[in-house]
Design a binder for this molecule. Structure first.
Ligand code: PSV
Ligand code: MN
Length: 424
């Protein structure tokens, strides 16, 4: 579906006066408002190719209608999101769920939609049809060298797809681990995994990075071979300068202090980037900011502080991606909500008075430090984020636009009501 630019302009025109009043009031309270706006305009969040359809739990899946049935249609959906918010200018592919058949055509389509290819993701957590050896007992950690070799070759293959598309990084998430005490020799599993990763690392092109994603549990419930940030960092340090630790917000044990993890990984120059989502209990893959928005803000607060301390470019030096599943919401509406939550948390972090916060910390003024953070968190910055959208040609209110203009209905008309997208 092609969205004519004038539809967005017309919509914005209807809301311009009311928006302007709110924005001007807010802008008068913010010091470096033009600088903040430019950073918001530059910031882009990648959309995973597997999040454009309805997800499910192991008890069922209730598919929506008008879902994308091909990689081309997935690109169209991300293009639509990007047209609506101008903040979703990248797509991340999972191989083999989304293998491009014609690189040139897919690249041309992406370029036309203003999209780039973010990290490519390998998949050795499922057995594929016609696959020779099984990953039931792990992939890169496997006791059998032949299984490890097969998994290594898959990752190298994924890199090749990425090179064709112009990606610059590979994300490796392993479900490897064990379900019962005694099942696995931890040390041997670590060594096997490290050696396998070393072979993959050796196949990385010069300007590529590899992201090692950790997860505390699931699908293995006793041990995970890359179970936490410490283990991921061990691998990343041993692998070399092109290897980094990837933080997925849903991959921690309950109450983990993720903002502290982020701060230290940044300090070490080893933070790869993020898979954003939200959760109440485990890896719930819920809409970003729907459960713990204050935690999201605190994470961005550390990100901005840590990136500025290292002179990093917020928009390009880390990988920003959503990794969520939409079981009861329209995937596109859910993704619009997630991107909005990310932009808001980023905007809040950009407007924290760092000088004052630093002074409060140096003076052990605990009360003042809390006030500074919470004052920022409780300031409604939505008009600021909307202004950034307005300036970049996006819709002032993307979700409202999506609904009023009946975009899902148009997609259903085009694709039908019985559609299932590939992915989890
Ligand atoms: C695993 O739970 C994960 O977060 C990894 O990033 C996977 O690649 C992704 O979800 C999709 O299953
Ligand atoms: Mn993830």
């Amino acid at each position: 579906m092609v969205l004519e630019k004038n539809r967005i302009a017309e919509f914005n025109g209807l809301h311009a006066a009311a928006h302007q009043r709110k924005f001007e009031f807010l802008a008068s309270e913010i010091n470096n408002v033009e600088d903040v706006l430019q950073k918001l305009i530059d910031f882009q969040v990648a959309i995973p190719s597997w999040a454009l359809g309805t997800g499910g739990t192991r008890f069922g899946r209730f598919a929506g209608a008008g879902e994308p049935g091909s990689l081309e249609q997935k690109l169209e959906d991300v293009g639509l999101l990007h047209a609506l918010n101008q903040s979703s200018g990248a797509i991340s592919l999972h191989i083999p769920w989304d293998i491009p058949e014609n690189y040139a055509a897919i690249k041309a389509q992406a370029a036309q939609l203003g999209l780039q290819f973010d990290a490519v993701n390998s998949n050795t957590f499922q057995d594929q049809k016609d696959q020779e050896l099984s990953y039931k007992f792990g992939s890169l950690q496997h006791v059998n060298k032949a299984v490890r070799k097969q998994a290594i070759e898959h990752n190298i293959d994924v890199i090749k797809h990425g090179v064709e598309l112009g990606s610059k990084s590979l994300t490796v998430w392993l479900s490897d681990g064990s379900c019962f005490p005694g099942q696995l020799n931890f040390r041997k599993a670590f060594q096997n995994t490290l050696e396998s990763l070393q072979e993959i690392y050796a196949a990385l092109p010069e300007d590529w990075k590899v992201f090692v994603e950790y997860k505390a549990f699931e699908p293995n419930f006793y041990s995970m071979t890359v179970g936490d940030w410490g283990q991921s960092l061990l691998y990343a340090n041993k692998l070399g300068p092109k290897a980094y630790t990837l933080v997925d917000l849903g991959h921690h044990l309950p109450n983990a202090n993720i903002e502290q993890i982020v701060s230290l990984l940044l300090m070490e120059g080893k933070l790869a980037g993020f898979h954003f989502n939200d959760s109440k209990y485990g890896d719930d893959d819920l809409t970003v900011g729907s459960i713990k928005p204050y935690q999201l803000f605190l994470i961005f607060n550390e990100l901005v502080e840590g990136m500025d301390a290292r002179g990093m470019d917020h928009a390009t030096d880390l990988g920003w991606m959503i990794d969520a599943s939409h079981n009861v919401k329209d995937p596109l509406e859910d993704l619009l909500q997630s991107v909005e939550a990310i932009m808001l948390a980023y905007a809040q972090a950009l407007t924290v008075d760092r000088k004052q916060l630093n002074a409060a910390q140096e003076a052990n003024d605990v009360v003042a430090a809390q006030e500074i953070l919470q004052n920022t968190f409780r300031t409604d910055l939505r008009p600021l984020v909307a202004e950034a959208r307005l300036r970049s040609g996006a819709a002032l209110y993307p979700l409202q636009f999506f609904r009023e203009q009946k975009l899902r209905e148009a997609l259903i008309k085009e694709r039908g009501s019985k559609t299932v997208a590939t992915g989890l």
